[in-house]
Design a protein around this ligand. Structure first.
Ligand code: 1GP
Length: 240
């Protein structure tokens, strides 16, 4: 069993900011993986997240084991569905979509996952997943049939994040959605961070160093970037 959560806490206590690259099994071409991973290994990326909203059965397991052969970084599942549980990964974000009111994504899928998790050694990290509107409809919203939270109602976002901490969750993930028009704004990040005592992940729509730095300055402990790396791998060099 890994100690990824403890390592995240240790990094935060040393004021080290963390960066995850998100690899979507539905989008990553097998022939492009080794070149992509070379760039990841040379970059400032600290974690690899694997997951997507619509991924075919069995694709994730194969991809994760190939990734593990190509890097020493921790691979953390960020699953859109139970079928994306892969035993060769190191850890799993056990997500509950607490911004929505769809029981399937609050607790149904989690119950379904347990029999699969029993057959793995994955470190399971419970995570309150908060989807916030970003200017366009996102895949998460469509697949989960939930509405994102309004970015204007910051108090409701804070209360949702704190509720997940009070429920005993270990991380909060503020999500604008993959390819979001507007990343989560600094006002929201800093307001949530001020009241929260567990690590804060921020992702969705971050496409340049300035946006990344703003997220860190506002209080994100770990930032997740997918699309910007997928579309232009030279983005890795920008982040030195
Ligand atoms: C999506 O937060 C992640 O779940 C990353 O989003 O692809 O927009 O970087 P991007």
């Amino acid at each position: 069993m890994t100690h990824i959560y403890q390592d995240i806490l240790n990094s935060i206590s040393k004021k080290k900011k963390l960066l995850a690259v998100l690899i979507d099994p539905d989008k990553m071409k097998p022939e492009g993986l080794s070149g992509f991973m070379l760039k990841v290994n040379k970059s400032v990326v600290t974690h690899i997240f694997v997951g997507g909203s619509t991924v075919e059965e069995n694709v994730t397991e194969k991809l994760v084991s190939e990734i593990k052969n190509l890097t020493n970084l921790s691979v953390i599942l960020f699953p859109g569905d139970v079928s994306q549980i892969a035993k060769s990964a190191d850890a799993l974000l056990f997500l509950s979509l607490i911004s929505g009111r769809n029981p399937d994504y609050l607790i149904g899928k989690q119950v379904e996952a347990v029999s699969k998790l029993r057959k793995t050694n994955l470190e399971v990290i419970s995570t309150g997943y908060v989807l916030i509107e970003n200017g366009k409809e996102t895949a998460v919203q469509i697949v989960t049939a939930t509405r994102p939270m309004s970015r204007d109602n910051i108090q409701a976002i804070i209360d949702t994040a704190i509720a997940s901490e009070l429920l005993g969750m270990k991380l909060v993930y503020l999500e604008a959605g993959s390819g979001a028009l507007h990343p989560i704004n600094e006002k929201i990040i800093s307001a949530v961070k001020k009241d929260l005592n567990i690590p804060l992940i921020v992702g969705g729509g971050i496409r340049n160093k300035e946006q990344l730095d703003k997220a860190y300055q506002a209080g994100a402990d770990l930032v997740v970037i997918g699309t910007a790396f997928e579309e232009d791998a030279s983005f890795f060099n920008e982040l030195v």
